[in-house]
Design a protein around this ligand. Structure first.
Ligand SMILES: [Fe+2]
Length: 360
């Protein structure tokens, strides 16, 4: 597989990874031969990038640290919870009833991460516009848990962090849908309303006796900024709970690397640059430092050009050095397609650097 922009799709190309919504419905299945109609359908789903099949990497199995089933179950559970909460503003029992399911989702995510044996994000999950909130929340939870594990949090704390980060935007169920889903910049009044999702989320979560209070604080504090310029309470530094400091970084990174109605996604190395730029002002430097070690700037399937002019596809991300992937070189410096692509571990070639991301 390799990643490519929708603009580069040609009829006859084969979809490499299924597009699935939060209800578990396959919108377009891996293996389908793309036609102009399918390409149009992909455009309507609001995504800019897809994985397509590439025979030069056909021997490889690209997948992130989470199993597809776990990711889907997490997104669909969250969808149910949020839809039910939207349906009736007074139904505080919704969360209490669903809490065991939410806890199971977090346990499953933790188990997947533990057994995958790689505490890094090396695969870009493509999400459709309609299901953005659900898959975004799951990704934030996965990233926050990876960070938490790397920072040595014990199991009980990881569970609290997992629940808190998964439900961090639950307050959006109390904000009018036309504001949450507005395809463009918000007015000042709308923005003030939108900011209330933090305290509204806290209100929903703290009413549930079984839910650990620190998890509720993630919702309350995930838009606070390290230098006190966030909202709603302008907390600063370590006044912000560690879980919220972790979630803030993961939330911004995943939001930037997602397609939105008003812009295409940022590439992971651009989003990482943004996060690094905000360390010690917006974000806790200690958290950012660990974060930079656990996300791949060039996820699996990314096509890149090296400073020697050759081109390759990222086929492996070493957990100990995620920014120095193994490439499968597919074109020489004269842009000629190689008959025999070969693997090149950048870790063994310190003079070679990635100078451009291609096709996206
Ligand atoms: Fe938020």
């Amino acid at each position: 597989m390799r990643m490519t922009l929708l603009d580069n799709l040609q009829p006859g190309m084969i979809l490499g990874k299924s597009i699935i919504n939060a209800e578990g419905t396959v919108l377009l299945a891996a293996g389908v031969k793309l036609t102009p109609r399918y390409i149009h359908r992909l455009q309507n789903l609001g995504i800019s990038t897809v994985y397509i099949w590439d025979e030069r990497t056909a021997d490889l199995d690209f997948r992130g640290p989470l199993r597809d089933e776990t990711r889907l179950r997490a997104a669909s559970t969250l969808r149910q919870v949020m839809t039910e909460l939207e349906g009736d503003l007074e139904r505080t029992t919704v969360l209490a009833n669903k809490l065991p399911q939410i806890a199971t989702v977090v346990d499953d995510i933790l188990n997947d991460l533990l057994s995958s044996n790689k505490l890094i994000i090396d695969f870009l999950e493509i999400k459709t516009m309609d299901d953005y909130t659900f898959f975004h929340s799951v990704n934030v939870c996965v990233l926050a848990l990876i960070l938490g594990m790397r920072l040595g949090l014990e199991e009980e704390k990881l569970k609290e962090l997992g629940i808190g980060s998964l439900l961090h935007d639950i307050g959006k169920t109390r904000i009018p849908a036309e504001i949450v889903a507005k395809p463009g910049p918000l007015t000042v009044t709308e923005w003030e309303t939108m900011q209330k999702h933090t305290s509204l989320g806290f209100e929903i979560l703290r009413k549930s006796n079984e839910l650990p209070l620190p998890a509720a604080h993630v919702s309350y504090q995930h838009h606070e900024r390290y230098n006190g310029t966030g909202y709603p309470r302008q907390l600063r530094g370590e006044e912000i709970h560690l879980y919220a400091r972790l979630t803030a970084v993961c939330d911004v990174f995943d939001a930037l690397t997602s397609d939105r109605s008003y812009r295409h996604r940022f590439l992971p190395h651009e989003a990482l640059e943004y996060i690094l730029g905000g360390s010690n002002t917006h974000f806790d430097f200690a958290v950012v430092k660990e974060f930079a070690r656990c996300v791949a700037m060039y996820p699996l399937g990314t096509k890149v050009r090296l400073n020697n002019g050759t081109q390759g596809i990222v086929i492996q991300v070493p957990p100990q050095a995620p920014q120095r992937p193994v490439l499968r070189i597919i074109k020489d410096r004269e842009d000629r397609t190689l008959d025999r692509p070969y693997n090149l571990p950048l870790l063994d070639h310190p003079r070679l650097i990635i100078t451009a991301v291609l096709d996206q």
